[in-house]
Ligand binder design. Structure first.
Ligand code: FE2
Length: 423
């Protein structure tokens, strides 16, 4: 007897009429038209069954703090960083953990079951680190929370940051972060990349740096990140987040840079909602979009994911843990409107992000964890178009969230019989 049998599902690769058999928290079989006795039966009715959404870039220490202690008046990245600095002395372990747990509730309801969150390590007490390590343990049964030691004020620029970062890693933070464009000079930025990659290599850890989050086309720390990745043998374990300066670089330099990124096995994370909001703030008109060159990186074979980055915090006043909203914005900003491009945007919030996080057992194949989300959509493109309702969310074969199907009831003169529709 199976624990769970999902029938008549459409999968992201387009296969229809598929059954997914679940036993002991794992997918036992994925095959067309399987019928077998099970404790729980779920008829997908032809809707899309997807592996869960994965957010490759988030800040859980800051989330849901909007308005504390004040709102970002200019809307810029730099005022956001200053505002976060004002908020930091007011943080408490309990309040931070409560905000993070609330956000994780939102995430699960939206089928978002893995999040890579940067956590600021520039405060010597490591209050945010300790709070999020507690949250990570607490949510582990239903959500994978991966933490990045992030020196928000600069690993070299902020006194003690490098030492704090090492202590955060000692406490169990998973990934080495950085912010080279915020160091005092280009040379110090490059030095920070080198030192941080060496720390990761010594400890056998992954790297994910905020890199070149700027409209300055001469911000080229991604070049150093790619070089250090190769020098230290970190291929496949390093991610450059944001990379917004690439939007403004000249094409001649980019024609050398993108192959270098691909050769080094560095992955990229764009954060469409935040990039389109924070970049181009010093422009009059035309205003640059500021998102990195997503389709060009993908075409070169670089793994690219989209992250949410911020939800209701010093940098961004909106957001709802909905990675389909993130994909929707990414698709528009990158003009990835072909059928293939739209499917790539779905991958950017599912499989590509899972690859970047090195998630174990992710996917809809026999042997994978029985983690998936049933969407009120017929395929990935429709899921993005409708920001589809998450009808059911499963973790290790157990239903952890459900939402009623979205319908509108019509009562139109001259249009009898039109009572409800979806989308
Ligand atoms: Fe970020």
């Amino acid at each position: 007897m199976l624990d769970l049998l999902v029938t008549n599902a459409t999968l992201p690769d387009g296969r229809t009429g598929m059954s997914v058999a679940v036993q002991a928290g794992r997918i036992a079989e994925v095959t067309a038209g399987l019928r077998a006795p099970a404790h729980e039966l779920l008829d997908a009715q032809g809707q899309l069954l997807s592996p869960p959404f994965v957010d490759a870039h988030f800040h859980m220490d800051a989330t849901l703090s909007y308005g504390q202690p004040r709102v970002n008046a200019s809307g810029t990245l730099l005022e956001g960083i200053a505002l976060w600095g004002e908020l930091k002395p007011l943080l408490t372990h309990e309040a931070l953990a409560l905000r993070a747990l609330t956000y994780c509730d939102w995430a699960v309801a939206k089928g978002l079951l893995a999040i890579r969150s940067h956590v600021d390590v520039c405060d010597a007490s490591l209050l945010a680190v300790r709070a999020l390590l507690d949250v990570k343990k607490q949510v582990a049964p239903y959500l994978d929370l991966q933490l990045v030691a992030f020196p928000q004020d600069g690993a070299l620029r902020s006194p003690g940051a490098l030492d704090n970062l090492r202590r955060a890693l000692d406490l169990g933070v998973d990934v080495v972060g950085g912010i080279p464009h915020f160091e005092r000079t280009m040379a110090e930025g490059a030095a920070s990349v080198r030192q941080l990659c060496e720390i990761a290599a010594e400890r056998g850890l992954l790297v994910d740096m905020h890199c070149d989050e700027s409209d300055d086309p001469l911000s080229r720390h991604i070049e150093t990140l790619a070089l250090e990745t190769q020098r230290l043998g970190l291929q496949g374990r390093v991610t450059g987040s944001h990379l917004t300066s690439m939007h403004s670089m000249d094409n001649d330099y980019v024609s050398k840079l993108i192959p270098l990124i691909a050769e080094s096995g560095v992955s990229a994370v764009a954060n469409p909602l935040i990039n389109i909001t924070l970049q181009g703030r010093h422009d009059s008109y035309p205003k640059r979009r500021g998102m990195t060159r997503v389709p060009e990186l993908m075409a070169a074979g670089v793994t690219v994911a989209f992250g949410h980055d911020c939800v209701m915090d010093p940098w961004y006043s909106l957001g709802s843990a909905d990675l389909l909203e993130v994909a929707h914005m990414g698709l528009h900003v990158a003009q990835m409107t072909s059928q293939a491009g739209m499917r790539q945007c779905f991958d950017a919030v599912t499989v590509n992000a899972a690859h970047i996080l090195h998630l174990d057992g992710y996917g809809l194949e026999a042997g994978c964890h029985a983690d998936f989300v049933l969407l009120q959509a017929r395929d990935a493109v429709e899921a993005i178009r409708l920001r589809a309702t998450r009808l059911a969310v499963y973790r290790r074969g157990r239903r952890v969230a459900s939402s009623p199907a979205a319908t509108a009831t019509l009562n139109l003169p001259g249009r009898p019989g039109r009572t409800a529709f979806q989308g």
